[in-house]
Ligand binder design. Structure first.
Ligand SMILES: CC(C)(COP(=O)(O)OP(=O)(O)OC[C@H]1O[C@@H](n2cnc3c(N)ncnc32)[C@H](O)[C@@H]1OP(=O)(O)O)[C@@H](O)C(=O)NCCC(=O)NCCS
Length: 242
């Protein structure tokens, strides 16, 4: 199987777990992968699959966000295939995360950086009977909720002529696992800003006019600013390492 076919199998497997308005379209997966392979991606992307008896049963994706000598890894998806429910609760999720974390640490080191933290957006509400509250799982993996009730996944799709979002934003829990020492909230916010706009800033090419593009951009910025306002009031102003 070549690497594009492997990525496609990972995408299909991931699609059994996440509803359509939460999962990036296939074109985005392949674009992330191509730019990383070409060495032109500012935030290198990795998709690692979990294989059992030569079959993909799950996987994990993440991007690395470097800043000077530090870097953060931002997890996009971790899943154990929803069509193989009997595979859940057997330690494969933990093992997949552990393998990924090892790679995040060694990749940062190979780039001459220190992995400052791992960050992710956890589901809190059951969605379409598919996803459940995953905070308890992530807490077991050493993550802490940052304590904002204003973090949202924006709509990923927009009307091309008006720039209006086509889906409602989804409330998610931002969780962090500091890797080196406790993490000041201000520093965390700078990373989250970069991740949020890298992942969710709408692409100009998707709109027929510049007003629509501006409208969609303002919607994403509005969601981020509301979240940032809650975080700037956070006490204590640092996240302890576990
Ligand atoms: C979340 C998920 C990846 C966990 O994978 P898994 O293989 O079932 O989990 P593991 O068997 O490795 O569990 C590790 C520990 O977490 C616990 N755990 C797993 N899912 C849990 C949940 N939803 N709530 C509470 N605890 C959970 C397990 O009981 C186990 O605890 P233990 O070590 O004390 O025995 C899997 O349920 C899944 O794919 N869910 C759908 C997709 C998703 O929501 N992904 C996360 C958001 S990106």
């Amino acid at each position: 199987m070549d690497s594009t076919d492997l990525l496609r199998s990972a995408f299909d497997s991931c699609s059994t777990c996440f509803p359509q308005d939460e999962i990036d379209p296939w074109e985005w997966w392949i674009d992330e992968f191509d730019r990383t392979a070409e060495g032109t991606h500012e935030h290198p992307y990795v998709c690692l699959v979990c294989v059992l008896d030569e079959k993909i049963i799950g996987g994990i994706t993440w991007n690395s966000f470097p800043k000077g000598k530090k870097a953060i890894a931002a997890i996009g998806f971790l899943w154990i295939d929803g069509s193989k429910a009997q595979m859940r609760g057997k330690g494969y999720g933990r093992a997949t995360f552990a393998k990924a974390r090892g790679l995040m640490l060694s990749d940062a080191e190979a780039r001459g950086q220190i992995l400052d933290a791992i960050i992710l957006e956890a589901n809190i509400d059951p969605i379409g009977g598919v996803l459940e509250d995953t905070r308890p799982f992530w807490e077991k993996m050493g993550f802490t909720s940052i304590g904002s009730d204003a973090y949202y996944l924006p709509s990923l799709m927009f009307h091309p002529e008006t720039g209006k979002p086509l889906n409602a934003p989804i409330r998610l829990e931002l969780m962090v696992k500091p890797e080196s020492s406790s993490m000041p909230v201000e520093e965390l916010l700078e990373f989250v800003r970069e991740i949020y706009f890298d992942w969710y800033q709408p692409d100009r090419a998707d709109f027929t006019n510049s007003d629509a593009h501006r409208e969609a951009g303002a919607y994403v910025k509005g969601l981020f600013d509301s979240f940032a306002a809650t975080l700037s009031r956070r006490e204590p102003a640092s996240i302890p390492s576990s």
